[in-house]
Design a protein around this ligand. Structure first.
Ligand code: 5GP
Ligand code: SF4
Ligand code: MG
Length: 491
């Protein structure tokens, strides 16, 4: 899962690029990068948080009115500085790209590019493959002149060859900027125009909040299977190039995206409220005994408030989060994660003492977070602890850009609610029903018939996810985990 940003302006972009990346930090804390263009490319990328990577000397160096930026959480492969985005090539013209997603046929394409086109892919980063496929196609379609038709034909080639999920922003030196989304629209990509100056500026970003905060207007989603090209004269060209069933990732609403973002016409905060409302009905039917509703901050707060309101129960912020630690899940390696959970959340004993507690979270993945929380809450004197998840049980790995685990790691895989409860030490556990989950999220935009729900259902919308591929990513992740275990034990 990553954040991308592209700005096409007439004024220095480094300020808005930096501010914009800060608004996308939650989408990846592993590495980040900014590339600018003023007749040549300037790049700075590194490991860690945006605020730690860019020093004043880099900011001064990143000159130009065009910028691409990225915040990265590693998907397949390890997060090294070399894999950080954006990437650029010097041919044709000079062409740079950043993306969010995961290319399912990365290794096939890497091999093909080497054998057929004699191009070496030097990183384990998907965007390098996308960029090469796009550049190769553009050279063929443009025949010396980059027209909108040539750009769209090149994007069509990317759709034909690159499988998986990708939202991409590309800059073509002195020719323009193009943003496109894979045919299923798995990952988000928004587009906006800033008309406050004489000459408008354009931008693409993974979340609406970024565009909003930077003062861009007319914010809208890039449609799935479509590209928007801004040429050097600032004329906008848009085309739908390939259609497939629209399957945006449902997890954006559950957990990833910021609550103030609007993705595919759905506000993330409101989606979480609606998820809470659906879950409240299930809780009501279950006959759980509850005195107080407590959210696991921050993602589940809107749902927990709604549950308490509907069930007419007391709502308390009983778990206090140290906001300087970062997303626990995003810390690579299970060992590091386990240790950071306790440092991240602390219970307020008086909220829990002698109470039947309902803890609300967005999801239960491995069960480490929930187990630690339940233990804390019991130690604080709770009479009973029920734990509910406003998403359905996670059972399958994500192959579209989210570092979800191998099947064996999902605690709910193959287990019923009572067994999950026993494993995490809860008196009761309740998950959202998958149909209710889909219904709740689509309420704001019923034109979306359904979402990608593969990590809950095992139905991979792109249909090119073979058992072999799943086994391969599981093996890679197992190996990576072993390495990280060693690492975690040494610091
Ligand atoms: P676990 O059950 O693995 O210990 O952790 C579940 C917690 O991880 C939830 O509170 C959820 O907010 C958080 N989380 C962070 N990142 C992710 C992610 O990529 N996927 C899922 N499902 N949960 C995540
Ligand atoms: Fe999103 Fe899950 Fe689909 Fe991955 S598998 S894209 S996390 S819904
Ligand atoms: Mg959480």
């Amino acid at each position: 899962m990553c954040g991308v940003l592209g700005i096409f302006s007439t004024e220095a972009v480094i300020g808005p690029m930096y501010t914009g990346l800060l608004t996308l930090q939650h989408r990846g804390q592993d590495s980040a990068g900014i590339l600018t263009y003023d007749g040549r490319y300037h790049v700075k990328k590194g490991n860690g948080l945006v605020r730690d990577i860019f020093a004043e000397r880099h900011i001064e160096r990143l000159k130009g009115a065009v910028g691409l930026g990225h915040t990265r959480y590693p998907t397949v492969g390890e997060g090294t500085g070399e894999d950080a985005q954006p990437f650029w090539l010097n041919h044709p013209y000079g062409i740079a790209a950043a993306h969010n997603g995961n290319v399912v046929n990365f290794f096939e394409l890497k091999k093909e590019l080497f054998e057929k086109s004699h191009k070496i892919i030097n990183s384990n980063c998907d965007v390098e493959v996308i960029l090469n496929v796009f550049a190769e196609a553009l050279e063929r379609t443009a025949r010396g002149e980059i027209t909108p038709d040539a750009v769209f034909a090149a994007v069509r080639q990317v759709y034909r060859r690159v499988k998986g999920s990708y939202s991409v922003v590309c800059h073509i030196a002195d020719r323009g900027m193009v943003g496109f989304r894979d045919p299923y629209g798995l990952r988000p990509l928004l587009f906006g125009v800033d008309r406050r100056q004489m000459v408008p500026a354009f931008a693409f970003a993974s979340e609406s909040v970024t565009l909003d905060l930077l003062g861009f207007g007319d914010i809208r989603d890039v449609p799935p299977g479509s590209a928007i090209f801004i040429d050097q004269n600032r004329t906008l060209h848009e085309r739908t190039l390939q259609t497939a069933p629209f399957r945006p990732c449902i997890f954006e609403y559950i957990y990833f995206a910021r609550p103030d973002s609007y993705l595919n016409g759905i506000n993330v905060y409101q989606a979480r409220v609606d998820l809470g409302r659906k879950l409240a009905r299930r809780i009501q039917k279950s006959g759980m005994e509850i005195d107080v509703v407590v959210p696991v901050p921050d993602s589940s707060r809107p749902a927990a408030i709604e549950i308490a309101r509907i069930l007419k129960l007391k709502y308390r912020e009983g778990l206090v989060k140290n906001r300087y630690i970062g997303r626990t899940f995003i810390m690579p390696g299970d060992h590091v994660r386990q240790r950071t959970i306790r440092q991240k959340l602390n219970p307020i004993a008086d909220v829990f003492r002698d109470q039947n507690v309902l803890i609300v979270d967005d999801s239960i993945v491995r069960g480490n977070t929930s187990r630690s929380i339940i233990q804390m809450v019991r130690q604080a004197g709770a009479r009973s602890v029920s734990f509910v998840s406003y998403s359905a049980p996670l059972t399958h790995p994500c192959v579209y850009g989210i570092d979800m685990q191998t099947r064996s790691e999902f605690i709910a895989s193959g287990l019923g609610d009572a067994e999950v409860a026993a494993r995490i030490g809860a008196d009761r556990v309740l998950f959202q029903d998958i149909r209710d989950m889909v219904q709740a999220v689509r309420r704001q935009n019923p034109a979306i018939r359904t979402f990608c729900t593969a990590c809950f259902s095992g139905e991979y919308p792109t249909r090119d996810v073979s058992r072999g591929y799943l086994e391969q990513i599981e093996q890679e992740r197992e190996q990576l985990k072993l390495k990280q275990k060693d690492l975690a034990l040494t610091f």
